[in-house]
Design a protein around this ligand. Structure first.
Ligand code: IVH
Length: 713
């Protein structure tokens, strides 16, 4: 089964794992009864896994039941039914999709982009329903008594789909098309395990359930990795991947694509009354076994709508799927009817869009930046574009190979993506818009800052300036690294100050910082006496530090904060670290040959040792400790996997505690895992642990092991 899903919720007061059909250990007596039982079990576990996201059995057990059913059906073809879970993929590839005329049109939504649009929408609804609407200025919000009630949900970024069930059986799946006619994609949609082939409970004679087919981000990443590995085309985003997967004429291909579904609307209904509200309709869908997104609410008035928008906006980036906004629908069905439609969109609904996370713009140039270790990074200079809520003018292209892989030329129109706080990136080129004069990028042979030779080692993706600290760009980056909060923590030493200090030749190495006086600093641009005084105070305060911070601050390649801590703990004293050869360095937790060589090379350079001596002479100091006990860390050699939410510890804290005791914390469960620590909402990793017989601990159990390991020290 694919990755763990979050988001769907069980129908109110209805089946969770506890209500699963009786798992009978005794085999039913006849093949027919056994086949029925297996189908029920498999469908139930599909439901738990794909709809409720609460898998209750290991994959292996599910697979065994599936194989047993396949075998039974092969031996007794008369037992086969079209709704059997083995029949999700069937038949031959199509030559074309048939056209479907929607019995009720599939409409679109009006869009709103800001608070005013939402207030105006609420006002229109209230007026249309004859509520008292105060004549008022901008943003006046109605009193609760007269407020219209709305159902709020997410606007999923996928493809609209209409699923027709007759007597509880899926008989047709159709795309929206132009709203009047769509394409018949039933064979493909039958392969989506989140979509039941048979509805649960007592289903109406006819029900058309509308919703969105989409792909979870994690599934999308995995699919792309798989496509790349197989040398096949990768997809730009989950929406395109979902669309491309549905458009396959061969359902066997669709079956391998991890598609999902959320229900949000009703088409034709026959055989039961329409639920009185939209919220009740969604509950009814859930009761029928359809996936319905749990991120929904019922609110009143414009203020309620705006609060919903903000709360969803705050978690947009952490949702496991892409959304492009939220949707508001007047909750009461009779009120929806009274409000009716304008042209192709309902008057009772509004899509409130978030700022787009992808936009197109033009690459005006590709320049290179030189980093602290000399790494030369190509950066696209873009025509300014508003994306993900900010104006973006630069996007990293990472390295030369990446520029080639994405085939970015100067002059190209590109899709730029910025999600959350993530650095903007060029997703792909719109090749149809490449102008005649577009130029390819050429990696410079000389560093654009210091003119030193640029080299790219055969096994590295990154080209580097060989200038080292004679390169002003590297020097600046080295100083910023030295001063950063997690290193020497010199507040106020930002890039504007560092630029000037290096360019005016005032500071060459970190040791020079400790010679700076207020007068010199105050003479810099944008520096007043007060800020200069504060900076000098911060530099002074940084003299008292810790060995780990100092090691990290040195900026040795491959030595991040965690390695610096390991080195400090292991050696206790700087001189011991400086004297260590590669063999001694390899004894340190998590230090491998590449890191060991990099550290040894760093201390073999006379100029590095000189800077360290100058820093010590300037009074930089830290408490020296005895080297860590030679005894191996108590949990050394043990591998843990963390999953779910622990009651009191964050994932990071638990990881730190385990690592401090010498354990390794891995991302996935395998036979080599010693323990899985599982909290609330643990998913597939827990299932895997149970399947492999790996011991599972809760937070208390983990603490006990840690306490035990302390005693053994
Ligand atoms: S309701 C009568 N609800 O947005 C209104 N649509 O612009 C019918 N969409 O084609 C649509 N999430 O693909 C509705 N929660 C949601 C939605 C949603 C995404 C899409 C849908 C539709 C488009 C309308």
């Amino acid at each position: 089964m694919p990755s763990k899903k979050i988001g769907a919720q069980p129908p109110a007061g209805a089946p969770g794992a506890a209500a699963r059909p009786e798992a009978s250990a005794d085999k039913p007596s006849t093949p027919a009864a056994r086949a029925d039982w297996l189908r029920e079990q498999i469908e139930h576990h599909n439901y738990l896994y794909y709809v409720l996201d609460t898998p209750s059995i290991p994959d292996a057990e599910y697979d065994a039941m599936f194989r047993e059913l396949q075998q039974l059906e092969a031996e007794h073809p008369e037992l086969l039914t079209p709704e059997s879970p083995t029949q999700r993929v069937g038949g031959q590839p199509l030559t074309a999709f048939a056209t479907v005329r929607h019995r009720m049109p599939m409409l679109s939504l009006n869009n709103g982009f800001d608070d005013d649009d939402v207030v105006a929408f609420d006002r229109r609804c209230a007026q249309g329903l004859g509520r008292a609407v105060p004549a008022g200025g901008e943003h006046d919000l109605f009193s609760a008594a007269d407020a219209v009630e709305y159902a709020c949900e997410l606007k999923f970024d996928g493809l609209a789909m209409s699923l027709r069930y007759e007597n509880g059986r899926l008989v047709q799946a159709a795309t929206r098309g132009d709203g009047e006619t769509g394409e018949d994609v039933t064979a493909n949609v039958r392969t989506i395990k989140a979509i039941p082939l048979k509805l649960k409970g007592r289903a109406p004679a006819v029900i058309e359930i509308r919703g969105e087919v989409f792909m979870y981000r994690r599934d999308f990443d995995r699919l792309n990795a798989r496509q790349a590995e197989a040398g096949e085309k990768t997809f730009v985003n989950p929406r395109n991947a979902a669309a491309g997967s549905l458009r396959q004429l061969d359902p066997r291909i669709t079956a391998r694509r991890p598609l999902s579904f959320f229900a949000y609307g009703l088409g034709e209904l026959d055989g039961e009354p329409r639920p009185p509200t939209h919220a009740a309709l969604l509950d009814r869908f859930a009761e029928l076994g359809m996936p319905v997104c749990a991120e929904r609410d019922v609110v009143k008035g414009a203020q309620g709508l705006l609060d919903f928008y903000r709360s969803v906006g705050a978690k947009r980036d952490s949702l496991p799927y892409d959304i492009d906004g939220v949707v508001y629908k007047v909750n009461a069905a009779d009120e929806q009817e009274r409000l009716g439609f304008v042209s192709r969109a309902p008057r009772f609904a509004l899509a409130h869009k978030f700022p787009a996370q992808e936009m197109t713009t033009v690459v005006e140039d590709i320049e290179v930046q030189v980093g602290r270790t000399g790494a030369i990074t190509p950066v696209a200079r873009l025509a300014p574009v508003f994306v993900g809520g900010v104006t973006v003018t630069n996007a990293t292209l990472h390295n030369e190979d990446e520029v080639r892989r994405k085939d970015v030329h100067i002059g190209d129109t590109v899709i730029v993506r910025r999600a959350g706080d993530v650095i903007p990136e060029v997703v792909s080129v719109v090749l149809e818009r490449r102008p005649a004069g577009a130029r390819a990028f050429v990696m410079p042979r000389q560093c654009p800052v210091c003119g030193s030779h640029v080299e790219r080692l055969p096994d590295e993706a990154v080209a580097r300036c060989t200038g080292g600290l004679i390169c002003a760009a590297q020097r600046k980056q080295a100083l910023l690294h030295f001063a950063q909060r997690r290193a020497m923590d010199i507040e106020g030493l930002g890039d504007k100050v560092v630029d000037q200090l290096v360019e005016q030749g005032i500071v060459r190495t970190p040791a020079d910082l400790y010679k700076l006086g207020v007068a010199k600093l105050a003479a810099l641009d944008r520096m007043a006496d007060k800020s200069a005084g504060n900076l000098v105070a911060a530099i002074n305060a940084s003299r008292q530090t810790t060995l780990a911070r100092f090691i990290f601050a040195l900026g040795i390649r491959h030595v991040g904060e965690a390695t610096a801590k390991d080195l400090a703990r292991h050696f206790g004293k700087l001189d011991a670290l400086m004297a260590a050869d590669e063999a001694a360095l390899l004894q340190v937790n998590d230090v491998g040959p590449v890191v060991a060589r990099s550290i040894a090379n760093f201390f073999a350079e006379g100029h590095n040792v000189e800077v360290i001596e100058q820093l010590r002479a300037a009074g930089v100091q830290w408490p020296e400790t005895e080297p860590a006990a030679r005894a191996p860390a108590p949990l050394a050699g043990k591998t843990f996997v963390l999953t779910g939410t622990l009651p009191t510890l964050s994932r990071e804290e638990a990881k730190e505690m385990l690592e401090a005791a010498g354990a390794k914390v891995a991302g996935s469960v395998s036979k080599k895992t010693d323990y899985v620590v599982a909290g609330e909402e643990a998913g597939s990793k827990l299932a895997k642990a149970l399947e492999l017989g790996v011991p599972v601990l809760d937070e208390d159990g983990m603490r006990e092991i840690l306490a035990g390991s302390d005693m053994n020290r």
